[in-house]
Design a protein around this ligand. Structure first.
Ligand code: PRP
Length: 186
């Protein structure tokens, strides 16, 4: 008997494998290091972590716990990739802030800087809202991206990465590690 919803349609990742790039342990260790460094740099200031949805939800949750002292967390939804594997080039806000960031020390938390288009857009839009300071913490950074985050978890090479919040057509965000899709996606 089929389910009431019927059979699931084929997913683009159905025939792919995921090769581990950074294990859960490596990620957790790096996040603790970042948290300690960030707290040291901000001294006893309150830090507003700005979690960029959806990809950063897991990284932001762990980073928030790795920073001691006063931390606030806000959420901003943006989308540029849709369900494809290349940036559309157009960044779209899908969920705006619900609290003003004026005069606050804002730290953007991103999962990956790839083309850098999303961060360039965010820096422009958020600077206009008058934060006391605006910095960036990215878990992953590709070489040659035009934006240089203040804090980087891991610098990486080619390959389409998934896991620890990052998706392929909404799948794989739940993996506790970061993996590369095999065979490589063109
Ligand atoms: C991904 C990722 C970053 C952005 C980075 O978001 O989470 O926000 O792309 O790419 P860029 O440097 O080339 O701009 P995506 O549009 O896939 O949305 P998601 O976070 O909801 O998965």
């Amino acid at each position: 008997m089929s389910s009431p919803a019927g059979p699931s349609p084929p997913h683009p990742s159905d025939s792919a494998n995921i090769a581990v790039l950074h294990t859960e342990e490596q990620i957790q260790k790096r996040v603790r290091e970042l948290g300690a460094q960030i707290r040291q740099d901000y001294e006893d200031e309150e830090i507003t972590l700005l979690c960029i949805l959806k990809g950063s939800f897991m990284f932001a949750a762990d980073l928030a716990r790795a920073i001691e002292g006063k931390v606030a967390v806000e959420f901003l939804g943006v989308r540029s990739y849709g369900d494809g594997t290349r940036s559309s080039g157009a960044v779209q806000i899908t969920h705006d802030l619900t609290t003003p960031i004026q005069d606050r020390h804002v730290l953007i938390v991103e999962d990956i800087v790839d083309t850098g288009l999303t961060l360039e857009y965010l820096k422009r839009v958020l600077t206009a809202r008058g934060p006391a300071s605006l910095k960036i913490c990215a878990l992953l950074q590709r070489p040659g991206a035009p934006t240089d985050p203040d804090y980087v978890g891991f610098r990486m090479g080619d390959g389409f990465v998934v896991g620890y919040g990052l998706d392929w057509a909404q799948r794989f965000r739940n993996l506790p590690f970061i993996g590369v899709v095999q065979p490589p996606i063109e």
